[in-house]
Design a protein around this ligand. Structure first.
Ligand code: C5P
Length: 221
């Protein structure tokens, strides 16, 4: 394994999946387990970094030696990132962020009414946090890393997404029926804005995390 090649660096990692509330008891969510983000936080700490982990709804125990910030929604995740990012050398957005949230929040539980059709749920866009972090960097030399789950044309879609988001590295997963979510293993290609392409074979999420940090270390000034 690598030595303390992230010593003196501050890295910020987001993990988990946001939940967008409809009422006090219901939300729109996703199947992200947070395990890949936690693996990134643990491996960065093992390589000497100061780590801020912003976690959304994972239920996972705090990794040793890591500052953990808990959030629920995409808007809260954005606030926590904006607070943590100013002195960060690297921001890694491993969290699955809801693209949309319900337009309104019912302060009381939504009830079914006899003989009436349900009200439609109207959605509004959430901010694209990754694109925003990449566009407005508090330090010009800060690196921004994103994740993308794709089901088809993985590399072409990944390249287009990397360009659209403006990040330095994009970790592209192929997702499908049995793949990635909740699993201890992962398989990915890490695309670089410099045109690099690093295939990471199926294996533990720690191994993918270490490859991401290797590529980050190569790119840090
Ligand atoms: O566009 P897509 O959701 O595929 O992009 C995934 C990447 O963008 C992840 O790194 C995720 O954390 C980030 N993202 C974000 N804000 C959103 C949606 C996704 O930061 N609203």
């Amino acid at each position: 394994t690598a030595g303390p090649d992230l010593a003196g660096r501050h890295v910020v990692v987001s993990a988990g999946g946001t939940r967008e509330p409809l009422d006090p008891v219901r939300f729109l969510g996703n199947r992200s387990s947070g395990k890949q983000g936690y693996a990134l936080a643990r491996t960065a700490a093992a390589r000497g970094a100061r780590v801020t982990l912003i976690e959304a709804n994972t239920g996972l125990p705090d990794p040793a030696g890591v500052d953990v910030v808990r959030v629920g929604t995409a808007v809260q995740l954005r606030e926590a990132l904006l607070k943590a990012a100013p002195d960060a050398d690297v921001v890694v957005m491993a969290a699955a962020v809801a693209d949309f949230r319900p337009e309104t929040y019912a302060t009381g539980k939504i009830k079914k009414k006899d003989g009436q059709d349900p009200e439609p749920i109207v959605l509004v866009r959430n901010p694209d946090i990754l694109a925003e972090m990449a566009a407005d960097r508090p330090r010009p030399e800060q690196l921004v890393v994103g994740f993308a789950a794709e089901t088809d044309d993985v590399l072409a879609n990944g390249r287009a997404k990397l360009a659209r988001k403006g990040c330095d590295l994009l970790v592209v997963n192929e997702v499908g029926e049995r793949k990635t979510f909740g699993s201890e293993e992962n398989e990915a290609v890490v695309l670089g804005a410099d045109g690099s392409e690093t295939a990471v074979p199926y294996g533990p999420k720690e191994a993918l995390a270490d490859t991401v940090w290797d590529l980050v270390v190569d790119r840090l000034g």
